[in-house]
Design a protein around this ligand. Structure first.
Ligand SMILES: NC(=O)c1ccc[n+]([C@@H]2O[C@H](COP(=O)([O-])OP(=O)(O)OC[C@H]3O[C@@H](n4cnc5c(N)ncnc54)[C@H](OP(=O)(O)O)[C@@H]3O)[C@@H](O)[C@H]2O)c1
Length: 286
């Protein structure tokens, strides 16, 4: 299976509604991403309670030629709280066939696109059946509504189980020097070579810039040694991992994207990598 995820970073649109961009500004931003070789656009049905996909879809309607230049990714399976019906006051997960199919159809309408390039199951629903998820995926693929599939926040056991039924492009997981638990728990080692790990919140949602004093100092020391910036070192720490990893950036500022693109060429030494890990966790490796 050819993996469709390429580039140094992906663009995440979770925070799109906070950027307060006009449709024209969103178009310019998207064009700037594409011009830099950033083609993977990461969405989810629930971002901005549905408004993020709707805004992006409005932009795609105005600039339809952009659609074929990108790898359009969305996710489904998380249901938002609602007070409309009984027992819906809390968020829940729903990876049933009916829900997956209905949410993809909703995302396609919002995004003004006839297909997704990649659909991720957002979270492991504790009540899920792997063969039922695969059935939904195959049905969507046969109808031409989704080209390829992946998961997000799945553990390696569930990834392997679902892969028995259908090829997967990715497991999108939280991964950063601030939140390294997926590395410490060896969640990445099981992935087969044909999968790319998408690293969400590579700057821990901005907490990198407010890290504890020990980590902040360590990041600055390594940044100085490489004549680089702190966000570049945070990304270099991710790139140093041996697996194929695609960080999903959350910024809407093109100058921060440019800064991030400079990170791929920074080779951290093993000592620097472990120095940052220890500064993050406060625990020496045994
Ligand atoms: N699969 C999942 O469960 C899951 C969960 C969460 C996120 N995601 C995906 O991952 C993407 C990225 O997540 P994220 O937004 O948390 O990513 P992030 O890149 O770790 O954090 C983005 C935040 O950091 C701030 N930031 C970035 N560079 C900065 C800098 N140099 N100085 C100060 N602040 C800076 C941004 O502010 P500015 O906007 O001002 O630059 C933004 O508020 C999301 O858009 C979504 O696509 C997936």
């Amino acid at each position: 299976m050819k993996n469709i995820l390429s580039g140094k970073v992906a663009a995440g649109f979770w925070r799109l509604c906070d950027w307060h961009m006009s449709t024209k500004q969103l178009q310019s931003y998207t064009e700037a991403l594409l011009a830099r070789g950033i083609t993977v656009m990461d969405h989810a049905d629930i971002y901005g309670a549905g408004q993020a996909e709707a805004q992006f879809g409005t932009m795609l309607k105005q600039a339809p030629s952009l659609r074929e230049q990108m790898v359009l990714v969305s996710k489904c399976g998380v249901t938002l709280p609602s007070s409309e019906q009984l027992f819906t006051q809390a968020a829940a997960y729903d990876n049933s066939k009916a829900y997956i199919i209905s949410q993809v159809e909703r995302s396609l309408t919002s995004l003004n696109s006839d297909h997704l390039d990649l659909l991720l199951v957002h979270r492991p629903d504790y009540l899920m059946q792997h063969d039922e998820i695969a059935e939904a995926m195959l049905s969507l693929q046969q109808q031409g509504k989704v080209k390829t599939f992946g998961v997000s926040n799945f553990d390696p056991v569930d990834v392997a189980e679902l892969k028995k039924h259908i090829p997967l492009q990715t497991n999108q997981i939280e991964l950063s020097v601030v939140e390294p638990k997926s590395v410490l728990n060896r969640e990445l080692v099981h992935y087969q070579n044909d999968m790319v790990t998408m690293a969400w919140s590579p700057f821990a949602g901005g907490r990198l810039f407010n890290a504890n004093a020990r980590l902040a100092q360590a990041l600055m020391a390594v940044a100085k040694a490489h004549d680089a910036t702190v966000p570049q070192i945070a990304l270099a720490w991710i790139y140093a991992l041996p697996q194929a990893i695609l960080p999903v950036l959350g910024t809407g500022k093109i100058e921060r994207v440019d800064e991030a693109l400079g990170a791929a060429e920074i080779p951290l030494t093993k000592r620097q990598w472990y120095y940052l890990l220890e500064a993050s966790t406060g625990v020496s490796v045994p």
